[in-house]
Design a protein around this ligand. Structure first.
Ligand SMILES: [Mg+2]
Length: 400
């Protein structure tokens, strides 16, 4: 199955439990921290490499509509407005002509801090539906999910308290799920998933990221500090040549990329653990005229496609095209970005605003570590002595 490139958010609900707050603002657009809640979800989807986001709007759709056509990095936003209110299954039904064969679907009023690409990873044949689950102390408030192995066997209504698994509101679905919708209005959670679960067609995958649903006043208040804290992630700055891929000298094409042992696993581990991952790489081959900046951009896009097959991604790729003396273009001369200067790290930090205290760099040259030092993060030296994921594991465990 091809990779999942479309993310769909349900943003049409009335949000009645929040009272007056949602009279003039759709619930997902309420401010949480300094920005509308929805923008956290959109940024998350975009940084994971989704190419298109559909916003399924209903209540106060005219306010959601201003997101239509916007780009977040390489991800395009499209707003679809349901012609009438027909539940979450109705929203999907109306969106059908715009849906990919397989897509990520998420509630626009909850945030589950997980590696979204890990949810899209198949271990065998792709299931009709895969749900992200979370273990919570009081499952009764949400409705409990029963599982057997990786299959969901039933959904229980809200009620009996105690710890248990809940549906955390993020799914990977095949478009064929819509064929199950026979009458409208209908709810995907209450009508469609239970029906599919009885047939053994729903997979559950448990994640342990933070979860918050802004649908009730107490949690909406709690989200005001929780969301800014969660998105203040640490960052792993990774040098490219010699750390992610073997340093063959001026690699600019996919056939020149040999991944370092454990490199893909290491990036996946960082994604799973909630780190931003940025590469910071000197590419003086551009100044020297060996290849162009576009070649490098294309190569990095290709590398992210390869990573996606393993549920991994790099959030942003930063490269320095200059050289102080070599080459005959305006890229020759002093610059602030070529390591050991910290310019590439600064650019990555300006993009994501990471928590510097918990951030680190991995590099295979003294100049990498100098850049880390000047910028103010811990630098780890790596020259392939152990698989990269082992090194990252040690760093995350605080053993380095
Ligand atoms: Mg290097």
């Amino acid at each position: 199955m091809n990779r999942v490139e479309q993310a769909v958010f349900l943003v049409g609900g009335r949000g009645t439990r929040l009272g007056a707050l949602t009279h003039h603002t759709p619930k997902p657009l309420l401010k949480v921290g300094s920005a509308p809640f929805l923008e956290t979800l959109l940024n998350e989807a975009a940084r994971h490499g989704f190419r298109e986001i559909l916003l399924l709007a209903g209540h106060l759709a005219e306010i959601v509509r201003h997101y239509d056509g916007l780009m977040i990095r390489d991800c395009r936003l499209k707003v679809l407005v349901e012609p009438s209110e027909a539940g979450t299954a109705g929203a999907l039904h109306f969106a059908r002509p715009h849906l990919a064969e397989r897509f990520l679907l998420a509630n626009g009023d909850s945030f589950f801090d997980i590696n979204l690409l890990a949810l899209t990873q198949d271990t065998g044949a792709a299931p009709v539906a895969r749900l992200a689950l979370r273990l919570v102390e009081d499952a009764g408030r949400y409705g409990r999910v029963e599982v057997k192995g990786d299959r969901i066997t039933s959904f229980r209504e809200k009620g009996d308290s105690g710890a248990g698994l809940i549906n955390a509101g993020i799914y990977v679905l095949q478009k064929s799920v819509i064929d199950r919708i026979s009458t409208l209005p209908a709810s995907i959670e209450k009508d469609i998933f239970p029906q599919l679960a009885e047939l053994g067609l729903v997979e559950g995958r448990v994640f342990d990221g933070a979860f918050i649903d802004i649908g009730i006043p107490d949690d909406f208040a709690r989200a005001q500090t929780l969301i800014p804290n969660l998105t203040k992630r640490p960052m792993a700055f990774l040098d490219r040549d010699g750390v992610i891929n073997r340093d063959v000298g001026y690699a600019s094409r996919p056939d020149q990329i040999e991944w370092m042992p454990g490199a893909i696993k290491a990036i996946r581990l960082l994604n799973d653990r909630g780190f931003y991952v940025a590469t910071v790489t000197n590419q003086a081959g551009i100044a020297r005229g060996f290849y162009t900046a576009d070649d490098v951009i294309h190569l990095h896009a290709w590398m992210n496609e390869q990573l996606a097959k393993h549920g991994a991604h790099v959030d942003s790729w930063h490269f320095c095209p200059h050289h102080p003396t070599e080459g005959l273009t305006d890229l020759t001369g002093p610059c602030a970005c070529r390591k050991p200067n910290p310019g590439l790290l600064e650019a990555a930090a300006d993009t994501w605003h990471p928590d510097r205290g918990r951030s680190f760099l991995i590099g295979d040259k003294a100049t990498d570590l100098q850049a880390a030092n000047t910028f103010g993060v811990v630098g780890h030296f790596y020259e392939g002595q152990i698989p990269l994921d082992e090194l990252v594991g040690k760093i995350l465990a605080g053993r380095l």
